[in-house]
Design a protein around this ligand. Structure first.
Ligand SMILES: [Zn+2]
Length: 141
């Protein structure tokens, strides 16, 4: 197991990406996390992964068996892009076009064809901004 990255799905669920495979959090018992392959439904993949949360990262990763489908190395790049978009949408006042421009600069050109289109990306930005809209202050005292 090499790189293991934890990201948030569009719906805010925990997603773990490792070796090009994507996992959704199934359950968490104390410090042990149980993940399911994201292709469970599409590829009928029954792989589950367990990790231990230790020193602020997931360690001791164990697969129950090998995936019977190919990894999707672009998944990580797409996820990273989406979280970068969300990050900038929440932290800057730039227009969606500017944010997209800046975020896709970090993407390797070989992955460009696999990226979401710009309409989808600006929707991500818009959605994040709508969600982050501060509620009117109720008590300033
Ligand atoms: Zn799988």
């Amino acid at each position: 197991m090499s790189e293991c990255v934890l990201v948030k799905s569009i719906r805010g669920a925990d997603v773990l990406i490792s070796d090009g495979y994507t996992y959704h959090l199934n359950k968490k018992v104390n410090e042990t996390f149980y993940w399911r392959c994201a292709k469970k439904n599409k590829a009928n993949c029954g792989v589950t992964l367990t990790t231990k949360w230790c020193h602020d990262k997931h360690t001791d990763m164990k697969l129950n068996h090998d995936h019977d489908h190919l990894p999707d190395p672009e998944a990580l790049i797409r996820r990273k892009l989406t979280s970068a978009l969300k990050d900038k949408a929440g932290n800057s006042m730039d227009s969606p076009a500017q944010i997209i421009q800046r975020c896709i600069q970090d993407v390797p050109p070989s992955c460009a064809p696999h990226l979401p289109n710009k309409v989808a990306m600006s929707m991500t930005i818009q959605r994040t901004r709508n969600k982050n809209m501060p509620a009117l202050p109720k008590n300033s005292t």
